[in-house]
Design a protein around this ligand. Structure first.
Ligand code: A3P
Length: 288
């Protein structure tokens, strides 16, 4: 499948949708000045980005619900590389929280020289591919995914937003940011959200009580987020995101790939991903 030039922009080889990104927004990201107390959550698309947009303001503000009830997620914890950042950046309260899908090699120089902390959220790529397949059906600014089998090839070839999953993971796992970076998985969050929140809170030096941790976990549950209009993208016109085709907050589980992959597809997927990660010094938190 060839990439639609009408829908996608290539920025130094990086594939992004034109609807949400522009050359100017990507240049703005390159010139962005990180502050030492900024917090950035980085994800490959469909790894749980909007979950972090819910969690970070709550953790950073002692569980105050005002931001998640009054500000849409894309303004409350904006994407570093998307169009709206230039418009909302002045409104961000300190410590600022941002998200990004950029691979490490696309991070602006000020990020590297700052002490800003980063949380890299990983998800099993098989579930990412499934989530992405449905996202391509509901988002009018993304190419029609074709059949599941066809989309698997598109995904494995990296002809999708932000390129190959393996390149993204390699870039961040090898970033050598020391104690500035924390790695966490979607699966860990699904399995025990309060424990994940404790880790995040400790990493950010937030010192939250158990009562606050439990309150945050409740407000960041899949069910609560699905009903929060500031977080479920229901404010975006249907012409862009059609929740009748597939809701953005779709299933929120680990292992949905088992309902989609045939044994042949599993072998193909595993073989490509394993080969691309051969020789890497890090190991994956799940078996492929
Ligand atoms: P599914 O399509 O598998 O349901 P992103 O925000 O990076 O686009 O990721 C979207 C995925 O994260 C979707 O996965 C969505 O349901 C899931 N997600 C978002 N919030 C969640 C939550 N509170 N609990 C579990 N999964 C969540």
């Amino acid at each position: 499948m060839s990439l639609s030039e009408e829908m996608y922009l290539r920025y130094h080889g990086l594939i992004v949708p034109k609807e949400t990104h522009s050359y100017e927004s990507l240049e703005f990201a390159q010139g962005f000045k990180f502050e030492d107390d900024d917090v950035l959550a980085v994800t490959y698309p469909k790894s749980g980005t909007i979950w972090m947009q819910e969690i970070l303001p709550l953790v950073l503000n002692g569980g105050d619900l005002t931001p998640i009830h009054t500000i849409p997620n894309w303004e409350r914890v904006p994407w570093l590389e998307e169009k709206q950042l230039a418009r909302v950046v002045a409104k961000l309260a300190s410590p600022r929280a941002l998200v990004s899908h950029l691979p490490y090699n696309f991070m602006p120089p000020s990020f590297c020289t700052s002490k800003a902390k980063v949380i890299y959220l990983m998800r099993n790529p098989k579930d990412i591919m499934v989530s992405s397949y449905y996202f391509h059906q509901m988002a009018s600014f993304l190419e029609d995914p074709g059949t599941f089998d066809e989309f698997m090839d598109t995904f494995l070839e990296g002809k999708v937003l932000f390129g190959k999953w393996t390149d993204h993971v390699k870039s961040w796992r090898n970033s050598e940011l020391g104690d500035r970076i924390m790695y966490i998985t979607y699966e860990e969050m699904v399995q025990d959200l309060p424990a994940a929140l404790r880790r995040i809170s400790d990493f950010l030096g937030c010192n939250l009580t158990e009562e606050v941790i439990q309150k945050i976990a409740e407000h960041c549950s899949f069910k609560t987020m699905k009903n929060n209009n500031m977080s479920n993208f229901s404010l975006i016109p249907k012409v862009y995101l059609d929740h009748d085709k597939s809701p953005f907050l779709r299933k929120g589980i680990a292992g949905d790939w088992k309902n989609h992959f045939s044994s042949e597809q599993l072998a193909r997927f595993t073989s490509v991903i394993s080969k691309e990660l051969e020789g890497e010094s890090f190991s994956l938190p799940w078996s492929l």
